[in-house]
Design a protein around this ligand. Structure first.
Ligand code: DGJ
Length: 726
C-alpha cells in the first residue's frame, strides 16, 4: 500500500495520469473526492471535502465498517454508484432488470484513467457486473481553478436482448456532517427561483418534475446545501448543485442510518422504464457542483467563471442589448409598425431589434395564441415582404435583427397538424388536454427532428443576416403518448430530450456563432446542457422590478449574469423607469416597452442608460459578482461587480419597501483591492439631476469601501443607485 501512495504522489505531479488501482482521486485546488476499491473489488467513496494535502493520509481513509444486527462485521460502506438488489438498502444510483428478468446488479471496479480536458482533468472509471455483461462508466471532470466538478455516467451492456433501466443517476455523492440544510427553489409561471430552506432528517426528500419539455415549473433544477448550518453567503461549508437536463429531473436527498447524506441527481425515472438494447449507451445528464468553505458567494463566482469559460455557448463573448416587442405590441403589428420599432431601437442605442411571437402562419394566421404554431412562414397580410423585408428594414435602421420561434410546438389549428397528426404527442383515444392551446411535437422521431432543424436552417439560409433567435417552449407535455415509440413508451420522455439535443447540435454545428436565447414560458428552461447551445436564457416573464430583484438574486447563485436576460417593461408601472432600468442593468440588459410612451426625461434617461451599460458591460458581464445585501433579509438589495484586475467596480443598490424611519446601514463592498484608491461616481442619473449621495465624486481606499462602506440606501421604496468605482 505504501508503494501505491508513493505512486499516486508521483503521478499527481503530471497532468494526464493513470491512478493505481486502489485509490482514485478527483481533485480541484480545494476539494477532494476520494474513492477506494475494497478487497472484494467494489468501489467506495471514502472522502468528499476539503482537499487533503498529504497523500499518505489517503491510507487512513476507510469505508464504514460496522456490526450488523447478527453481530457479523459488514463491510458496507458508501458505494460510489450503489446498485439495486445488492446489500445497500437505500436509494440506488442504478437499477436494472436484466434480459433474463433478474433485478440485481453488483458493480466491480475494472479500471480507471485520467486525461486532460479543456480547463481540467477528466477521470473515467469503469465498473462491471461479474454475472451480467453490464458496464457503467463514471465520468468526473474536475476544474481545479474554479473548484467545480461535473459528473455523469454511461450505462451499456452486451446481454442477449434489451435490459430495462429504472434508475440511472448522473452520480452519487455522500456527505458527512452533523446537520444538513437544503435550500431548494420552487417556482411557477412568473414566480421563478423562490428559495426554501429545510433541515434534512433521516429519510428521503425528493425534488422532481414531470413536465417533459422543460425541467422547471414548480421546482427548479438547482439547489444549495449548507453543512452543519444553513448555507450562508460569505462563510460556512456549502455546496451548489445543478443538473443539465431540460426534461424530467429528480434530486434525491437521503440521510441514511449512519447519518450520511446521499445526494442522487438524476433524470426522473417517472414513467421512464428505459429499454436499452445491447451495444447502445445510455448517457446520463451532467451534474455540476461547486463546494466552498466560504459560503455561497465564492461557490457562485466559481460556477460563473467555470460556466463562462467551459460550458456556455460563446461564454466569453459579448452580449447584444436589444429592443423586444412582446410586452409592447403583443400580436398586434405589421411590417410598417415593426420598421418604426427598429428605428426606435436604433435611436435608443441598443444593438438589435427582436421580433417576438405572432409573425407567422397563413392558413391559420397567428393573431393570438390559438393558432399557427408549426407553420413558420411569415403571415403575408401582416408582413408582405416576409423576413427578408424585416431584415432589410433593420439594416436600414442600423440595428441587427433577431426573431422568436417556438419550434417544438404545434397548434391543432395549423397546416402542420393537418398534414402530420402522427408527429404530435397525443392520446388518440382520449380527450385532449392543451397547455396554452397547443401540443408538443414528438421530437424523439428523427423526421420531426429534421423538420425542427429545418425551421432555423431555412430562416438562416434565406436570411443569413438574421442575428439572433429567441427559442421559446411554452407547453409542457400533456396527453403523453408518442406515436413514434409505439410499444416502447418508457423510452419516450428521455428520447424526446435527446431528440432536442440532436436538433440543437445540428444547428450549433452549422451556425456556431449564432446567439440564441432560451425561453420557456419565462424561466422554465435554465440548465447547463441547454446553455451549451444557447448564449442566455429568459429568467422570467415577471419583469416587475421588485420581483425581478428576488428572482435575479436567486438565479445568480447558479448562473453568470451574462446568461440572464432582463428587460425593462411596463410591469409595475408605479415604479420609475429609472428603477426598472437599474434592475435590468445588473443583468443582460434589454427593453420591451413602448418607447414613444415615455416622458422626455425618461426617454433621455434610457438612452443614456444604454450608453452607461455599454461602458459598464465588461465589469458586469465578465467581472466577479458579490451579492452584498439580500432582499430576502430586509427591505434593500445590493450587488457589486468587480473587474478581474480590480481596477473597476459597479455597485447596484436598491430600496424595496423600507420601513418608516428605518436606520440605514452602509453597504460594504467586496472583492476590491484594499490598497487601491477608487473614485466613486454615481451613474444612471435622471437628466438634469445631480447625485444626492455624499460619496459621489469622492475617493476612498478599497480597504475603507470594504470595511466602512457607503451610505447608498434610502427610506424611499423603489429607489436605486448605480455607482461606478474606478
Ligand atoms: C412566453 C415568453 O416567456 C414571452 O417572453 C413571450 O415570448 C411569449 N411566450 C410569446 O408567446
Amino acid at each position: 500500500m505504501k508503494k501505491t501512495i508513493m505512486l499516486i504522489a508521483a503521478m499527481c505531479m503530471t497532468s494526464a495520469i493513470t491512478f493505481a488501482q486502489e485509490i482514485i482521486r478527483v481533485s480541484t485546488e480545494k476539494t477532494d473526492l476520494v474513492m477506494k476499491v475494497s478487497p472484494k473489488g467494489r468501489l467506495y467513496q471514502v472522502y468528499l471535502g476539503d482537499k487533503l494535502q498529504n497523500p499518505a493520509d489517503y491510507e487512513n481513509l476507510k469505508w464504514d465498517v460496522y456490526a450488523a444486527s447478527d453481530g457479523a462485521v459488514c463491510q458496507r460502506g458508501h458505494e460510489v454508484y450503489a446498485t439495486s438488489g445488492a446489500e445497500d438498502y437505500f436509494e440506488p444510483a442504478v437499477a436494472v432488470t436484466h434480459a433474463d428478468g433478474n433485478m440485481s446488479t453488483y458493480l466491480y471496479y475494472k479500471s480507471s484513467e485520467q486525461k486532460a480536458v479543456k480547463g481540467g482533468t477528466e477521470t473515467v472509471i469503469i465498473l462491471q457486473d461479474k454475472v451480467y455483461p453490464l458496464t457503467v462508466k463514471l465520468h468526473y471532470v474536475a476544474y481545479p481553478k474554479e473548484n467545480v466538478i461535473k459528473a455523469w455516467s454511461e450505462i451499456s451492456h452486451k446481454e442477449k436482448s434489451a435490459i430495462t433501466l429504472w434508475r440511472y443517476s448522473s452520480t452519487m455523492l455522500y456527505f458527512k456532517s452533523s446537520k444538513y440544510y437544503l435550500t431548494n427553489y420552487h417556482s411557477d409561471w412568473a414566480k421563478e427561483g423562490q428559495p426554501e430552506t429545510t433541515q434534512l432528517s433521516t429519510g428521503k426528500k425528493i425534488i422532481d418534475t414531470k413536465l417533459g419539455t422543460r425541467a422547471a415549473m414548480h421546482a427548479e433544477p438547482f439547489f444549495e446545501l449548507g453543512f452543519d448550518e444553513p448555507a450562508k453567503e460569505n462563510e460556512g461549508k456549502v455546496m451548489l448543485g445543478t443538473i443539465g437536463w431540460p426534461g424530467n429531473f429528480r434530486f434525491t436527498f437521503e440521510v441514511d442510518n449512519v447519518g450520511a447524506l446521499r445526494v442522487i441527481p438524476a433524470i426522473n425515472p417517472y414513467a421512464s422504464d428505459y429499454k436499452l438494447k445491447a451495444g447502445e449507451v445510455f448517457t446520463t445528464p451532467e451534474f455540476i457542483f461547486a463546494m466552498s468553505d466560504n459560503g455561497m458567494g465564492e461557490a457562485s463566482r466559481n460556477l460563473h467563471d467555470w460556466a463562462r469559460q467551459y460550458q456556455v455557448n460563446m461564454g466569453t463573448g459579448d452580449r447584444l442589448t436589444l429592443l423586444n416587442n412582446w410586452e409592447n405590441t403583443g400580436f398586434d403589428f405589421n411590417q410598417q409598425s415593426l420598421a418604426e420599432l427598429m428605428k426606435d431601437a436604433k435611436d435608443l442605442g441598443v444593438d438589435m431589434f427582436l421580433l417576438d411571437d405572432g409573425w407567422f402562419a397563413n392558413k391559420y394566421p397567428r393573431k393570438d395564441d390559438h393558432a399557427g404554431l408549426g407553420d413558420w412562414e411569415a403571415t403575408k397580410s401582416k408582413l408582405p415582404e416576409g423576413i427578408p423585408g424585416l431584415v432589410r428594414d433593420a439594416k436600414k435602421a442600423g440595428v441587427k435583427f433577431g426573431i422568436w420561434i417556438e419550434p417544438e410546438m404545434v397548434n391543432p389549428k395549423s397546416e402542420l397538424f393537418e398534414k402530420h397528426p402522427d408527429w404530435v404527442i397525443l392520446q388518440p383515444q382520449r380527450d385532449t388536454y392543451y397547455y396554452r392551446n397547443q401540443l408538443v411535437l414528438d421530437i424523439s422521431n428523427p423526421k420531426v427532428q429534421d423538420y425542427v432543424f429545418g425551421i432555423v436552417d431555412r430562416i438562416m439560409t434565406e436570411n443569413p443576416e438574421v442575428a439572433y433567435f429567441k427559442w421559446d417552449c411554452n407547453s409542457v407535455i400533456t396527453n403523453i403518448y408518442s406515436p413514434y415509440h409505439k410499444q416502447n413508451q418508457g423510452n419516450f420522455y428521455i428520447d424526446h430530450v435527446r431528440g432536442i439535443y440532436n436538433v440543437l447540435t445540428r444547428i450549433h454545428n452549422k451556425y456556431p456563432n449564432l446567439p440564441m436565447m432560451l425561453c420557456s414560458g419565462g424561466g422554465g428552461r435554465m440548465d447547463y446542457e441547454m446553455l451549451k447551445y444557447f448564449t442566455e436564457f429568459w429568467c422570467s416573464d415577471d419583469t416587475d422590478p421588485y420581483e425581478r430583484i428576488y428572482i435575479q438574486w436567486s438565479l445568480s447563485k447558479f448562473f453568470p449574469t451574462k446568461t440572464m436576460g432582463s428587460h425593462v417593461t411596463n410591469w409595475n408601472k408605479n415604479t420609475s423607469v429609472k428603477f426598472r432600468t437599474d434592475v435590468c442593468s445588473s443583468c443582460k440588459l434589454g427593453f420591451d416597452i413602448d418607447l414613444k410612451s415615455l416622458s422626455t426625461d425618461d426617454y433621455k434617461f434610457v438612452q443614456q442608460a444604454v450608453k452607461n451599460y455599454n461602458s459598464m458591460k465588461p465589469i458586469i458581464l465578465e467581472g466577479d459578482q458579490y451579492r452584498l445585501v439580500s432582499p430576502y433579509e430586509g427591505s434593500h438589495c445590493a450587488i457589486n461587480y468587480v473587474s478581474k484586475d480590480k481596477q473597476r467596480a459597479v455597485l447596484f443598490a436598491y430600496d424595496l419597501h423600507p420601513r418608516y424611519k428605518e436606520p440605514q446601514q452602509n453597504v460594504k463592498l467586496q472583492g476590491l483591492d484594499a490598497a487601491k484608491m477608487y473614485t466613486v461616481k454615481e451613474t444612471n442619473l435622471m437628466p438634469g439631476k445631480q447625485s444626492d449621495l455624499d460619496c459621489n465624486g469622492k475617493q476612498y481606499s478599497g480597504d475603507y469601501l470594504m470595511k466602512v462602506g457607503l451610505n447608498v440606501f434610502t427610506a424611499q421604496d423603489g429607489t436605486s443607485h448605480v455607482l461606478v468605482l474606478e
